[in-house]
Design a protein around this ligand. Sequence first.
Ligand code: SF4
Length: 156
Amino acid sequence: MSSCLLGEAVRYDGGRFAMSALLLRWQSEGRLLSFCPEVAGGLPVPRRPAEVPGGQGAAVLAGLIPVHTVDGEDVTGAFLRGAARACQLAAEQGVRFALLKARSPSCGNRQTYDGRFAGQLVDGEGVTAAALRQAGVRVFNEAEAEQLAALLDQNL
Ligand code: SF4
């Protein structure tokens, strides 16, 4: 789980999200593992916003493109460390599903902002979402939580 979806103050702006009823239930059942790749990668809270050019999280993983903040600071290393730690944790814990925050440069699984810091979305994925997908973890976002719940109910 993206830690921010569990109400933890790890977002770049230090804000918190309220937890949905479904997530509260899963949490009470002890089924959730909280993880924030950007904080795990060494970035502070709050931090300057970063974007992945063209939603190309997989290209960042492959060393083809960097991740920069809105100020032009290269934060590629922190993003890669967070993604690697997420995959390590997933392997250690036998994680098969990840529910990650939509549109994040780390966690977005279907879209991210396009790297120009102009509020434009592009189809693609964040760095950790790409890494987990490549590691065989099925990645969902918060709008897809019911879909994930249906899969879990079927024990798939
Ligand atoms: Fe951390 Fe991902 Fe949430 Fe961003 S979206 S605060 S990287 S858990």
